[in-house]
Design a protein around this ligand. Structure first.
Ligand SMILES: *Cc1c(COP(=O)(O)O)cnc(C)c1O
Length: 332
């Protein structure tokens, strides 16, 4: 991803923290509805998710600033990415996690040498605690810290380059905190401004119907996020009830003429199984995006160029996948 060094705001090359990551393969996939789509395989990153794009730039900046300790809060993949790049930069790192975080994600974070602090209560309580602690350390938050988005924007540059410097007509991406969504908006917007591509792709965001603040905000003017009560979903990685950049996500989608769509847990499981049988191993959260892609592409003109993403590796959530496989007799 550092092939786009010229647009990444790190001053001194010596501060770049990288595993030579990115430039992930773009492969053609035929969906169950026979639509042909382009999918970027961002589950192939060093820590197993696209969060490495953001972590590489954010930790490079922390190094550039001479930060002596970083903290971050996450329910999984962002924590793992920050912990890995902090290890590479030799910066001590503390990750705040909700008490009931799944074991495989805690293990990965701990393996990189980060200190884990489990916070009782909800994901929101964890974020509050991290925000409080960040008075004395550098807050490497993937939702607040703008440098994270300077990393995720490389997704747009890679995708455009892989399509011979064209944008797709439609880009279907997940929306929890919107780190990929907003990164894509920034990246494609820069490419249009530099006249490298002609137009923005329509950004279509996917949420779980069990946790869908952006969907409600987008479709209902009277929606009040603070009163919103989500329920549990298999797509844990995008279940963010109070995203701090909600109105920015709304603006990005509106400006591109995009949409927000919902998927059910059974659609997610069905999409996961379909993708697995093609030989791709992705986590259930990733399959939510593909379920949304299948629904949304149903009625589209076959001549439109549609792109999407595998966001995270199946190795991230073996426990959840075990449950899905144990349910193969369930009629979906
Ligand atoms: C982080 C993540 C998402 C969603 O990203 P947001 O920034 O919360 O919108 C989707 N899939 C996976 C695997 C992730 O790790």
């Amino acid at each position: 991803m550092w092939r786009y060094r010229g647009v990444i705001p790190i001053i001194n090359d010596n501060n770049i923290v990288t595993f030579q990551e990115g430039n992930t393969p773009l492969t053609e996939v035929i969906l169950p509805n026979n639509k042909l789509v382009w999918i970027k395989q961002d589950h192939l990153f060093p820590t197993g998710s696209y969060k490495d794009r953001g972590a590489s730039v954010l930790i490079s900046k922390a190094k550039e600033l001479g930060v002596s300790k970083i903290i971050q809060d996450s329910s999984g993949n962002a924590g793992a990415a920050i912990a890995a790049y902090a290890a590479a930069a030799n910066i001590p790192c503390e990750i705040y996690l909700p008490e009931e975080t799944s074991l495989s994600k805690i293990v990965q974070i701990e393996a990189y040498g980060a200190k884990i602090i489990k916070v009782p209560g909800s994901r929101k309580d964890t974020a509050k605690r991290a925000l409080m602690e960040s008075q004395n350390s550098y807050y490497a938050s993937h939702s607040y810290n703008p440098y994270f988005f300077q990393g995720t924007k490389t997704f747009a540059y890679e995708l455009a380059e892989q399509l011979n410097w064209n944008a797709p007509d439609i880009l279907v991406i997940p929306a929890g905190n919107g780190t990929l969504l907003l990164g894509c908006y920034i990246g494609f917007h820069e490419l249009v401004q530099q006249k490298i591509i002609q137009k923005m792709p329509k950004l279509v965001a996917v949420q779980s119907e069990k946790c869908s603040p952006l969907f409600h905000y987008f479709h209902d003017q009277n929606f009040n996020m603070n009163l919103y009560e989500p329920s549990e979903t298999i797509a844990e990685g995008i279940a963010i009830p109070n995203p701090v950049r909600l109105s920015q996500m709304f603006q990005a989608i509106k400006k591109t003429g995009g949409d927000v769509v919902l998927v059910s847990d059974s659609e997610i499981i069905e999409a996961w199984k379909y993708i697995s049988r093609l030989g791709y191993f992705i986590e259930p959260t990733s399959a939510a995006t593909i379920a949304g892609l299948i629904n949304y592409s149903n009625n589209l003109d076959p001549n439109l160029k549609i792109a999407s993403v595998f966001t995270g590796s199946g190795l991230k959530s073996i426990d959840k996948i075990q449950k899905i496989l144990g349910q193969t007799n369930i009629k979906l």
